[in-house]
Each structure stands twice: as C-alpha cells, then as structure tokens.
Design a protein around this ligand. Sequence first.
Ligand code: C2E
Ligand code: MG
Ligand code: MG
Ligand code: MG
Length: 281
Amino acid sequence: EAKSGDHANIVMFTPSLGNRVRNRMALEQEIREAISARQFVLHYQPIVGLSSGQVSGFEALVRWNHPLRGLISPNEFIPIAEQNGSIVSLGEWVLQEACAALARLHRTMPAGFLPSVAVNIAPVQFLQPDFIAQLRAVLRETGVPPACLKLEVTEGVAIIDSERTRRTLEQCRDIGVRTGLDDFGTGYSSLSYLHSLPFDTLKIDRSFIAAMERPKSLSIVRTILDLSKKLGLSVVAEGIETDRQSLSLAAWGCEFGQGYLLGRPEPEATAFRFNPARPIL
Ligand code: C2E
Ligand code: MG
Ligand code: MG
Ligand code: MG
C-alpha cells in the first residue's frame, strides 16, 4: 500500500482551489504594488524591563494598510511575501523606516535614555549577500547608534544556511548591532543553534508563556531562563498578558517582557508618547 507521502504532490483541482490559486497570484502582485504605493505601516510594541518596569525599547511590527480591506495582519502576507521574494524589498523598507523612526524617537528623549528598536528579519532577507552592506547604509543614513538596533530572526535562517547565518551574526556583532533568536522553543533544533550561534538575546515564544499555569510549561520556562543565564544571553518573554505571568517571570530572573499587559503594538504617534523614566508596571 502506498504511503500517504507518495501523493503529496498530487493535487485535486477543485473550483475552490482554483480560487485560492488565483487569489494568491493576485495577492503576490498586490504586495509588490503596495510596496511602491507605500501602503505598509509599522506599529511599535514596548519591550519592558521586568524589574524596573521601564520601557527599554520597541519591536517594530509591519501591517498592511489596505485601501479597501483596512489593516491586514502580517500573518496574512509575510508568508506569501517570503515565498515570492517580495519580502526582500518589503524588509528593506521596514529596516529603513524602523531606524528612521528610532532616530525621531531619540530626538524627543531626555538625556540618558536611548530606547532600542527590534526589527524582524526574514531568513531570505538575512541571507542576502548584500544584507550587511544594507544594514551599514541604513545605520549611516539614519544615524542611530548600532547598539540601539536589534535584529530578530527565527531558527529558519540557520536551517537554510547555518554557515552564512554564523558569518552574518558575527558581522552584526562587529558592527555593534544586537541579534535575537525569535519564537524560541517552537522549532526543531533551537537548542543546538542557541549553543553554536552568536546570538545576544533569546525570545521565549508566547505559547510557553500562555501555558505557564501548567506545571510542565512552567518548568520549560524556568529551564530556558537557567540555560540563557548560563549561556550569557539576555531574555525577552513574549506574550505576557497577566500580572501573574509578569511577576513570576521577574521573580525567576527574566530580564525583559513584551505583551498586551505591558502594551499593544501601536502607531508611532501614540507608541512613542511615553515617559521613559516612569515605570509602566
Ligand atoms: P513575532 O516577531 O513573534 O511578533 C510578536 C507577535 O505577537 C506580534 O504579532 C504581536 O502583536 C503579538 N503579540 C505581542 N504580545 C502579545 C500578547 O500578549 N498576546 C498575543 N496573543 N499576541 C501578542 P503580529 O504583529 O501579528 O506579527 C506576527 C508575526 O509576523 C511576527 O511574530 C513576525 O514573525 C512577523 N512579522 C511582523 N512584522 C514583520 C516584519 O517587519 N518583517 C518580517 N519578516 N516579519 C514580521
Ligand atoms: Mg519578533
Ligand atoms: Mg516572536
Ligand atoms: Mg512569531
């Protein structure tokens, strides 16, 4: 009897699939046009020091401000943009815009406060041969201190090409730009990448934080915190929604947190209107 995998490339062409294919092709074309029509916007979500309660920086999160459909979530278009390659130009715009916004924010800050911005970089973008040149150019043009920029990548990047990933991470470190492993714990081989690649930060995936009421998830979170301490990595817990989660994480030495409890992603105009000296927790 044939294994089900043998049929993986055989697709029944039903009308509904036909629609999906057409929608997808239309969407690919629309993404390209939306980049030049400047329909993408960045929202910023605070990343907070869990013991100080102060905002240490923001994660830039892209949305598509569609003229007919309103704000579209990145989950709906990033995977398609990754597949058709338009993520490279979209990602270039995101990096440029996030750094320009950070420079604007820094001009409003009192002395001694230099918040950082974290930018998600898709694997194909991170592995572009000219990525580091692009990064240097953006830093030069916007004037943001390299230490205030953090690049978030998922382990997908190391699965595609772990040697280039290592070289690019090392070049980021040489420039002074920090790097973080995003969605930690959701992939297949996070532990080996964590130990062998020069990341500065680890972001614990929201699914573990959401499940912290369960003893098993709780011990996973504590183990990740212990491990990062031993590896000298700083940690951000994603998806903090309750006081309980925030207090437990702080008590266990988790340095930074992000989540709806601490602040939702918002447009620049509202996200950046905050007093950096005042704890939000
Ligand atoms: P991510 O990088 O892991 O970003 C965190 C996601 O969790 C964001 O979703 C954020 O809004 C959401 N989130 C934050 N706190 C909470 C919470 O307390 N509860 C819940 N339920 N969710 C929370 P968002 O903005 O929809 O982005 C989804 C994903 O899309 C991101 O996951 C990232 O992988 C990707 N993405 C977003 N912006 C970009 C970008 O500029 N470039 C690339 N390549 N990918 C991006
Ligand atoms: Mg991220
Ligand atoms: Mg994440
Ligand atoms: Mg994610």
